[in-house]
Design a protein around this ligand. Structure first.
Ligand SMILES: Nc1ncnc2c1ncn2[C@@H]1O[C@H](COP(=O)(O)OP(=O)(O)OP(=O)(O)O)[C@@H](O)[C@H]1O
Ligand SMILES: [Mg+2]
Length: 323
């Protein structure tokens, strides 16, 4: 963003003690304060209601987030950048590549290729724009311990890149429970800004939440925490013009009489928070098929790809007489 970064202590209402509390809670910049919900400033930084309100207002005024014209909104979309999958099928499916300023969710059964796509995108993000990249680094938040540095090394080598340089450009964080995951994202704004992160991955978004909140009585608390977590991710994407990718599993859909017997986990909260949703499925002949299932402006369509040494690549189903 174009605004000059001034210290949070320059804001009206922020003295050294408050500034410390805010920094400890992960609010290091005016922008991070301007996009934080007031409730969160109260809960996380231990501020009084009136102080939080005042600070939030001052931060918003400084970077003028409150009212913009539709033309400004349109201009902002012009800053939007696209990250290539190095697969023209997948690029086309997503309207020219993965968008910044948005959350893209890959959902599918185990082995469908979600983590492979995350790792592949982590490589391409670092390439120059002419090669489909975003010329930035990656923040990879791994909740299941499935990120494999050696696999990224293999992909980079197969793409004739310097694998060690690529690995250096990926900042990795293994998170062990949902509190840890939430805290990591709460503190991600600063690192994303300082390290010029252009892709933030959370693989996978729900596993800890699903494992920790069991039973109907805890569902609404889970969904509330998930909601605020997802909105934080979206605000980072929008404020810093970076791409956010999350992965999600499918669960049984008891309401399906015909058609797909599975649906994405996470309910409406996740469905609404993701800007674009891509369903991945294993298909015959070792292929994978990706399908847009929920997007404000992308048409519903399908793309075939395969998982290879290079990561993911285009594929086409071979016609067989028995199909
Ligand atoms: N080097 C490689 N070459 C070809 N295929 C590979 C390679 N590495 C992994 N794969 C394939 O990728 C698949 C695993 O995909 P991935 O880990 O992305 O699944 P996922 O969707 O993340 O599943 P989960 O829900 O279990 O996390 C395996 O089926 C494996 O065959
Ligand atoms: Mg995975």
């Amino acid at each position: 963003m174009a605004e000059a970064i001034v210290d949070i202590q320059d804001l009206n209402g922020v003295g050294p003690v408050t500034a410390n509390k805010l920094r400890e809670a992960g609010y290091d910049s005016i922008a991070s304060l301007a996009i934080a919900p007031i409730r969160e400033l109260i809960d996380k930084a231990g501020l009084e209601n009136s102080v939080a309100l005042k600070i939030s207002r001052a931060a918003r005024e400084t970077i003028q987030t409150d009212f913009i014209t539709a033309k400004q909104l349109y201009e902002r979309r012009k800053d939007l950048q696209r990250l290539s999958f190095a697969s023209s099928n997948l690029d086309k499916l997503l309207g020219g590549g993965l968008e910044t300023q948005a959350i893209t969710e890959f959902v599918g059964e185990f082995g469908a290729g979600k983590s492979q796509i995350c790792m592949k995108l982590s490589v391409i993000t670092q390439l120059p724009a002419k090669d489909g990249g975003l010329e930035g680094k990656v923040l990879f938040i791994d909740t299941e311990g499935t990120f494999a540095a050696q696999r990224v090394y293999q992909m980079a080598t197969a793409m004739q890149l310097d694998p060690e340089k690529i690995l250096d450009g990926i900042i990795y964080s293994r998170v062990y429970n949902s509190d840890h995951q939430i805290l990591t994202v709460d503190h991600a704004f600063k690192i994303c800004q300082e390290e010029k992160i252009k892709l933030l991955v959370v693989d996978s978004i729900l596993s800890h939440f699903r494992g920790e909140y069991i039973g109907r009585e805890s569902l609404s608390e889970r969904q509330q925490r998930l909601n605020s977590h997802l909105h934080k991710l979206l605000r980072i994407a929008q404020a810093l013009n970076l791409a956010v990718v999350i992965t999600n599993q499918v669960q049984a859909n008891p309401q399906a009489f015909f058609g797909d017997p599975t649906r994405p986990a996470g309910g409406n909260i996740l469905a609404h928070a993701s800007t674009h949703r891509v369903m991945l499925k294993k298909a015959s002949q070792g292929l994978r098929v990706a399908k847009i299932i929920d997007s404000p402006y992308l048409p519903e369509s399908e793309a075939y790809f395969q998982i290879t040494e290079k990561g993911v690549e285009d594929a086409a189903p071979k016609n067989r007489r028995d199909d």
